[in-house]
Design a protein around this ligand. Structure first.
Ligand SMILES: Cc1ncc(C[n+]2csc(CCOP(=O)(O)OP(=O)(O)O)c2C)c(N)n1
Ligand SMILES: [Mg+2]
Length: 337
């Protein structure tokens, strides 16, 4: 520190515990740097297929994950790199998956949109909008029938509320009081369509309430707010109070996928949201509270860079699936001849 006067701690600042705060920051940085590297590798032709970046939304994956235990299940969408990293799937297994290598978390058969890791109870990665919701209801039903006290956390976007599965899943979960935590990542757009252009009712909590769920919303750009809200609702689900709905208001800074001319939003709007960047605002807040020094930040960045470099190495060195495995896991009727 130089001799400059230290900034005052603002009254609206809740001072988090230092170790935990640095962990939250580190997790968000891991996601940001992992995705920046993925974008670079995509441009270089190392990663192919679809790639949907989560940049700008990191506080949602990191904040929510704090409230979940290793026993809980996670179901996510195709924009799931952040959830997978925050859940603890090694970055190398994720990078290798995007390369299509056999050491990827889905053996290279899923790619960016289909991360899967049963050992960590991470059940996708779903490319179909709304497709994860019935899976989450099924997982929660299994837990209920087997009398296990677990939560199934289901992430989905604002676009999913237009799908039949959203309504069917919320209805069944509420009817059977299943332990599902519905986590709606409302980033205002479904590809290029703003919520108000496809929904008569844009208050997503009201939609959930209409099925009998308790619903609340939180600022998805503030990792502490996300964590606090998720802890509250996850606890209620865990206590057997039925499914809950949490809307996280957030924003993606990048295009919908790697190809998107972004004609549906203004540069001004994007810049305004970028001024609320969950990483830089949280780092500034920690500096204000004197929980973070420049040296701490440099250490975090160095550790994250080393991890991402290693993930790329794991992907580069990983094997391709042998050609003999071409029909493995492919259903074919037995020939009767
Ligand atoms: C059933 C279905 N319909 C259409 C698509 C094409 N599609 C891919 S992503 C997307 C938008 C989804 O938006 P949202 O749920 O808000 O998630 P976000 O991309 O904003 O994270 C659409 C329509 C699809 N994958 N599945
Ligand atoms: Mg969306």
């Amino acid at each position: 520190m130089t001799g400059a006067a230290a900034p005052a701690i603002r009254p609206d600042h809740v001072v988090p515990e230092r170790i935990h705060a640095l962990e939250l920051l580190r997790e968000m940085l891991r996601i940001r740097r992992f995705e920046e590297k993925a974008a670079e590798l995509y441009t270089g032709g190392k990663i192919r297929g679809f790639l949907h970046l989560y940049i700008g939304e990191e506080a949602v994956a990191v904040g929510t994950m704090q409230a979940l235990t290793a026993e809980d299940a996670i179901v996510a969408t195709y924009r799931e790199h952040g959830q997978a990293l925050a859940r603890g799937i090694p970055a190398g297994a994720l990078m290798a998956e995007m390369y299509g290598k056999a050491n990827g978390c889905s053996r290279g058969r899923g790619g960016s949109m289909h991360f899967f890791d049963v050992t960590r109870r991470f059940y996708g990665g779903h490319a179909i909008v709304g497709g994860g919701l019935p899976v989450a209801v099924g997982l929660a039903l299994a837990d209920t029938l087997q009398r296990r006290t677990r939560v199934t956390a289901c992430f989905f976007g604002d676009g999913a509320v237009a799908e039949g599965e959203f309504h069917e899943s919320l209805n069944l979960a509420a009817l059977w009081k299943l332990p599902v935590l519905f986590l709606c990542e409302n980033n205002l757009y479904a590809m290029g369509t703003a919520l108000a252009r496809h929904q008569a009712q844009t208050d997503l909590c009201r939609k959930a309430e209409s099925y009998g769920l308790c619903a609340e919303r939180a600022d998805g750009m503030d990792v502490l707010a996300v964590e606090a809200a998720t802890r509250r609702v996850a606890e209620a689900v865990r206590l057997g109070l039925g499914p809950h709905f949490l809307e996280l208001q957030t924003y993606r800074f990048r295009a919908h996928s790697m190809y998107d001319p972004e004609l549906y939003r203004t540069k001004d709007e994007v810049e305004q949201w970028k001024s609320r960047d969950p990483i830089t605002t949280f780092a500034a807040r920690l500096r204000d509270c004197r929980l973070l020094s420049e040296a701490d930040l440099a250490d975090l960045e160095a550790a994250v860079t080393a991890e991402i470099d290693d993930a790329v190495r794991v992907a580069e060195e990983g094997p391709w699936e042998p050609v003999e495995d071409l029909t493995r896991d492919v259903y074919t009727p037995v020939s009767r001849s």
